[in-house]
Design a protein around this ligand. Sequence first.
Ligand SMILES: CC(C)(COP(=O)(O)OP(=O)(O)OC[C@H]1O[C@@H](n2cnc3c(N)ncnc32)[C@H](O)[C@@H]1OP(=O)(O)O)[C@@H](O)C(=O)NCCC(=O)NCCS
Length: 217
Amino acid sequence: MSHVAASVVQHTGTFWAFDLDRPIMTGLPARLPAIFLRAGPERAEELAAAMQVASPAVVVERFARGCQCYVAYLEGGKTLASYGWISFNHEEIGELELTIRLRPGRAYIWDCATLPPYRGRRLYPALLVSIARVLQEQGLRRLWIGADASNYASRRGIEVAGFQAVADVTCIAGPEQQKRYLLRPWPGVPEERLQDLSQSLSPKVELVAPQDESQSA
Ligand SMILES: CC(C)(COP(=O)(O)OP(=O)(O)OC[C@H]1O[C@@H](n2cnc3c(N)ncnc32)[C@H](O)[C@@H]1OP(=O)(O)O)[C@@H](O)C(=O)NCCC(=O)NCCS
């Protein structure tokens, strides 16, 4: 009897793009007054506490390698409610065990969160929009962001902010535990945007046929 071991889908996520050569929404979607600003190493301790990491050294290391951090404050600047990190060169995508290598003029938004008491007020999409404005002024051309298939709140916030879905990435483990990464474009995605993502994730990912329109809700 032949025995064929099945491949196992290990993880699926989606990548979205925000092209900065077009106007960004006026106003912000936040449902309460907030101040959005870029945080520097002087806020390492506060950020480390919000991120619940063991030491501010984690935060300092990110700044040292050129990452930027943006935050939302409530109560006139007293309460840090949301944060998000940006990389301009390359970044590990832990959940997928992939590295994104950014082409010139691109940035990757990662490790974002809104602290639990402040969720559901659209601080996250407002933070993303404010990041887009600042990076547009810095001359960036395109932002990338990803979210797990299961992370509804993140996906919703990304869409509210105006990002456009480009492709799903699925990690599949074969019988010998070797991994394959399938990059499946969303319907109607411009070829240039898709190739940009594919090249940024290469050489590991394989482009496959677009998903069916009926799955793209
Ligand atoms: C994902 C996350 C950043 C969203 O932050 P947020 O500021 O609550 O974002 P929003 O207010 O736009 O909420 C997004 C959706 O979550 C849902 N939501 C509503 N109230 C919520 C609440 N109290 N708690 C959680 N989710 C809520 C809603 O469906 C909302 O969409 P809607 O405004 O269209 O109804 C936040 O849930 C979080 O920190 N999660 C843990 C870390 C994470 O997953 N980060 C993202 C990947 S980097």
